[in-house]
Design a protein around this ligand. Sequence first.
Ligand code: GLY
Length: 338
Amino acid sequence: MITVPVQLGSRSYPVMVGPGVRHALADVLPDGVSRAAVVTQEAVPVVVDPGVAHQRFLIGPDEGAKRLATVEDLCRGFARFGLTRADVVVAVGGGVVTDAAGFAASVYHRGVAVVHVATTLLAQVDAAIGGKTGVNLPEGKNLVGAFWQPAAVLCDTETLETLPAEEYRSGCGEMAKYHFLGMEGLDGEGLAQLSLEERVARSVAIKAEVVASDERESGRRAVLNYGHTLAHALETAGGYGLRHGEAVAVGLVFAARLAQRLGRIDEARVHDHLEVVRSYGLPEEVPPGVDPAELVTLMGRDKKATRSLTFVLDGPRGVEPVPEVAPPDVEATLKEMS
Ligand code: GLY
């Protein structure tokens, strides 16, 4: 088992990674907890024992469950269960569960503790770490939410053994972005030499360091959205059959090509991006039928775009947010990738 600390002063917490770490749940609950609301989905095949009185709350099966109505249902259920401010919410599942349950925990009684038991690769390397919680609106993903750090995160790699292949691939899209945020030099071969536990822990450590340096995304944390501006636009436009991590992979290649068009990186660096994406067997092209103009409009609604079209792009100083990108450059890059 590997423990990675997320250093946030009095709100610091451990991320425990390894086979069977879900069984440590009772040990990581905050002191004084007497009830746990376990939020999960019907299809999540993971049973946890919080070691205190608990009740299970099921949310809907997919991304559609990430909506305000789910948060209301959960909070009403917590109230009927008698959950108090001194108790805990335990989110067991992937990013949909940790995002929705984390947000419900952040607003119920103006904030109760939450522990995430992340059961998908995507949640283990990204969604469950760092305190971003929230739900979608029809107008866009994650437009309503809160920063609410968990008390602990358990990344049980045993739960990945039964994960459907496409879910695992989706998590690989998030892992791919870390190759440009600190996992540089780790090609397919180097990566294959690491155990799954080590790969997850390395991704978590990179994220933990970035979050510790900029918890509320006033600057540097935006690098964690590398590849996400296009990914979110593709998802808002209907998904085009791509899972989140697959959309991120396309977004990484798009970001590299856009950075090259803007003179920030050379062809060899674009090739590095393609190599990483290919090593995970992820898609690299914009799917057919995409309307570049629609995507540019959707990308303008991204939370990073406070004044102008902003992208997270690679460059001489590494990956960083780049404001005021001209829409014609974006459209031309999308057309080149279609
Ligand atoms: N998923 C990006 C972040 O946590 O900041």
